[in-house]
Ligand binder design. Structure first.
Ligand SMILES: O=P(O)(O)OC[C@H]1O[C@H](O[C@H]2O[C@H](CO)[C@@H](O)[C@H](O)[C@H]2O)[C@H](O)[C@@H](O)[C@@H]1O
Length: 239
C-alpha cells in the first residue's frame, strides 16, 4: 500500500469524497458524524488552500451542509448533478427531480413487499439501501433495474450496499474536471481521495491530469496511492 505524498497547500486543489473517506460507513445514512478533530482540520486546510477544497459526494449538498455545519465549502452533490463551485454560492442543479417520478412510482410496490429495503430520495437520484439486509442485494438490483428498464436517459449504479438510479451523462470525474476550470481550483494540481466504485471516475480523471489519486481501502482501483481507512485519511489530512 503506497501512501500519498503530503498535501502542498500552495499548489494543490483537494477533492474529498464523504462517506467511507471522511466518515465511516454505518447502517443509518442520516446518522453519520465527522470526528471533531477531522472537522477542524478540514476548516484549517480550506483556509490554507485558499478555498481550493471541495467535497465530492453522491449525497445531496443539503445533507453535506448539515453534516459539516457551520463550515461553508465548495461541493459536488449527487455525483455531479448538483454543483456549488464556491463556498456560499447558490447550488446549481442540472436536472429536475420530477424526471424520476415514473421510477419512484415503479419502485413503490417492491418497497411495500420488501420493507427491509430502504429508499433514499435525493431528488435527482433514488437509492435503495440494503446494508441492514445484505441478503437482499440481488433483489434491490433487480427492482431498480426493472423500475428504470425503459429509461435510456437514466443510469443505475451499484455502490457500497446500495443501488442507485440517476440521470445519465454525469459522474464525479466530469464534475471534478469542470471545477478544475474555475477559480480557486484552476491552475492547481488536483488531489482526489475516495473509497467507492463511484469514485473511480474522479480517480481516473485526476490520474490522467497528473494529479494525486488516492483510493481508500483495498478494493480494486485505478488510483496511484492508497490509504487503509477513514482514520488513515484523517491522519494524512492532519500531517
Ligand atoms: O459519494 P459518497 O460521499 O461516498 O456517498 C456515497 C453514498 O453514501 C451514503 O451511503 C453510504 O453510506 C451510508 C452511511 O454510512 C451507508 O449506510 C450506505 O450503505 C453507504 O452506501 C448515502 O446514503 C448515499 O446516498 C451516497 O450515494
Amino acid at each position: 500500500m503506497t501512501a500519498p505524498p503530503l498535501i502542498d497547500t500552495s499548489r494543490h486543489a483537494l477533492f474529498l469524497d464523504f462517506d467511507g473517506t471522511l466518515v465511516g460507513l454505518i447502517d443509518d445514512p442520516q446518522a453519520v458524524r465527522i470526528e471533531p478533530a477531522a472537522f477542524d482540520r478540514l476548516v484549517e486546510l480550506q483556509k490554507q488552500l485558499n478555498g481550493a477544497l471541495a467535497i465530492v459526494s453522491g449525497r445531496k449538498i443539503a445533507d453535506l451542509d448539515r453534516f459539516l455545519s457551520p463550515m461553508r465549502f465548495a461541493a459536488v452533490g449527487v455525483h455531479g448533478l448538483e454543483r456549488r463551485p464556491q463556498p456560499g454560492a447558490e447550488v446549481r442543479r442540472l436536472m429536475q427531480p420530477s424526471a424520476l417520478d415514473p421510477i419512484r412510482d415503479a419502485l413503490r410496490e417492491g418497497l411495500e413487499r420488501e420493507p427491509r429495503l430502504k429508499l433514499e430520495d435525493k431528488g435527482m437520484a433514488l437509492v435503495l439501501h440494503y446494508r441492514t439486509a445484505p441478503d437482499l442485494e440481488s433483489e434491490a438490483r433487480r427492482l431498480m433495474r426493472e423500475a428504470a428498464a425503459d429509461r435510456d436517459d437514466m443510469v443505475t449504479m451499484n455502490g457500497d450496499h446500495i443501488v442507485e438510479v440517476h440521470p445519465a451523462g454525469m459522474d464525479k470525474g466530469r464534475a471534478v474536471a469542470d471545477l478544475m476550470t474555475e477559480p480557486p481550483f484552476a491552475g492547481r494540481r488536483p488531489i482526489y481521495a475516495g473509497d467507492d466504485v463511484t469514485d473511480e471516475f474522479a480517480l481516473a480523471y485526476v490520474r490522467e491530469a497528473g494529479g494525486i489519486s488516492v483510493k481508500i481501502g483495498r478494493a480494486e482501483s485505478c488510483a496511484e496511492y492508497r490509504l487503509e481507512n477513514v482514520a488513515a485519511v484523517h491522519a494524512w489530512l492532519g500531517a
